[in-house]
Write a protein that binds this ligand. Structure first.
Ligand SMILES: CSC[C@@H](O)[C@@H](O)C(=O)COP(=O)(O)O
Length: 359
């Protein structure tokens, strides 16, 4: 078994089929953007950062076999493929942010008269290939900032963490976001225990996070989502740390369904609640969480497990894949690769960082 969700080498892209985990380790060849769109839609690869990386790398693979006669033709081709990839899953913003960034870049470079088709292709492909290393570096920084803050609160005493969904190596290029914070705590010998929720209905916690925790030999226990309140009442939880699919301007955060109720329970028990995500999950164009589009998944994903029915035939199902945690419940803060911010600070602080990068 392996934890390498994305294998990429010089134009060859393979993804670990996460629908088969934890019982089978099988890779799928992704040969073009249609293949990329399909593995994202079916959730054979999932997790906001991994979705964007696989989407863009599927375009790199396709670009290698694509001939364009002009830089304008190439830029329009890349733009249309990126627009298509964004439609696979609507809530996670990472693919949308990548599409915006690469569209702006390719159209700007294409308008330069001295640019050749060959060079333009190379610049964009190299930039996309670098997403893998950049994501890991960002995750490591997130992990360290998160561990610093949690250990400051605990007076450097080892901590018990509750996490939700899967935010580890399988959801990213490696290391992980919320699971990256947990990994950083473990690296400092400061992780007493980690609890992961099952994460119904798709069981990313039971299938994927539990698999990563066992693989990494972390002291870990699986709980049902419905046990979170009891857990916080009885088990001395030091912090809840989750990932994000989209953090909007006021700090409201869309993440895996079930996150919002964890934040409410954490507030009731005075447990700090953290969102851990690189800024690739930040969307400054939406003012607050009411306008985030929430993906609704097929009802069979809820009414059956691995094809075995678990609900009464004929019952209707409502299956939103994500919920929105209001900023005021994110009491620990939002941990980014630039540091930890309170939700209300995010807009100004990230605006300053982005502004100074441009200057
Ligand atoms: C680093 S991943 C953060 C989030 O993307 C994760 O918690 C999550 O909600 C994933 O949802 P999924 O539907 O499995 O793609």
């Amino acid at each position: 078994m392996t934890l390498e969700a994305i294998k990429y080498d010089e134009g060859s892209l393979q993804i670990l089929d996460q629908l088969l985990l934890p019982f089978k380790s099988e890779y799928i060849d992704v040969k073009d953007t249609e293949g990329g769109w399909n593995v994202i839609k079916k959730m054979q690869v999932r997790g906001a950062p991994a979705i964007a990386i696989v989407g863009c790398l599927s375009l790199v693979v396709e670009l290698r076999a694509t001939h364009c006669n002009s830089t304008k033709e190439l830029a329009d081709f890349i733009q249309s493929k990126l627009e298509y990839l964004v439609t696979a899953r609507p809530t996670a913003v990472n693919m949308g942010n990548a599409a915006k960034y690469f569209t702006e870049k390719v159209q700007r470079l294409a308008s330069d008269d001295g640019m050749s088709v060959k060079n333009l292709k190379k610049i964009i492909m190299t930039d996309m290939e670098e997403m893998l290393a950049k994501d890991i570096a960002g995750n490591k920084a997130v992990g360290d900032f998160g561990a610093d803050d949690i250990l400051t609160r605990s007076n450097k005493q080892p901590v018990c963490i509750l996490t939700h969904c899967n935010t580890g190596s399988l959801a990213t290029a490696g290391y992980g976001t919320a699971l990256g914070v947990i990994r950083s705590l473990k690296n400092r010998d400061a992780l007493k225990h980690v609890y992961c929720t099952e994460t119904r209905p798709y069981n990313q916690g039971a299938r994927l996070t539990a698999y990563e925790l066992v693989y990494e030999k972390m002291p870990a226990t699986l709980v049902c989502d419905s046990m979170a309140a009891m857990l916080m009442q009885r088990k001395n939880i030091s912090a809840v740390v989750v990932g994000a699919d989209r953090v909007v301007a006021n700090g409201d955060t869309a993440n895996k369904i079930g996150t919002y109720q964890l934040a409410i329970v954490a507030k009731h028990h005075d447990v700090p609640f953290y969102v851990a995500c690189p800024t690739t999950a930040y969307d400054s164009t939406i003012a607050n969480g009411d306008s985030i589009k929430i993906e609704e998944r097929p009802s069979q994903e809820m009414s059956s497990i691995n094809g075995v029915p678990v609900a009464a035939p004929g019952i209707q199902c409502w299956n939103p894949g994500f919920d929105v945690t209001p900023a005021e419940l994110i009491t620990g803060g939002i941990i980014t690769e630039h540091g930890l911010f309170k939700p209300h600070e995010l807009k100004d602080k990230l605006g300053l960082i982005n502004g100074s990068k441009k200057a």
